[in-house]
Write a protein that binds this ligand. Structure first.
Ligand code: FES
Length: 93
């Protein structure tokens, strides 16, 4: 695992997000990343503490949280991940 890559944690092992489709979102993100050749690693995760708003994801290293992730939000996440993470950004979206 490269330290230079952004990492996107997707809650696939929590109690709630899988019931709300997080596994499909995880698969969709992996596919999109492979097509785009984006410098981001999609990683399955345990509960991220946003259970009522799943599927949940967190983009590292900036710790940007995403709630109710759908395919439309995936585009936004991948776009953000491909940009520089040096600027100060909102913590929630
Ligand atoms: S079950 Fe997914 S954030 Fe808690």
């Amino acid at each position: 695992m490269s330290k230079d890559k952004n990492r996107l944690l997707v809650c696939t092992r929590g109690k709630h997000c899988p019931k709300n489709g997080s596994l499909k979102i995880f698969e969709h993100l992996e596919k999109e990343v492979s097509l785009r050749e984006t410098e981001i690693e999609v990683v399955p995760s345990k509960c991220l503490g946003m259970c009522k708003h799943g599927p949940a994801a967190v983009l590292l290293p900036e710790k940007k949280k995403y709630r109710e992730v759908d395919k439309e939000k995936c585009k936004k996440i991948l776009s953000r991940a491909s940009k520089s993470s040096g600027k100060k950004k909102k913590k929630h979206d």
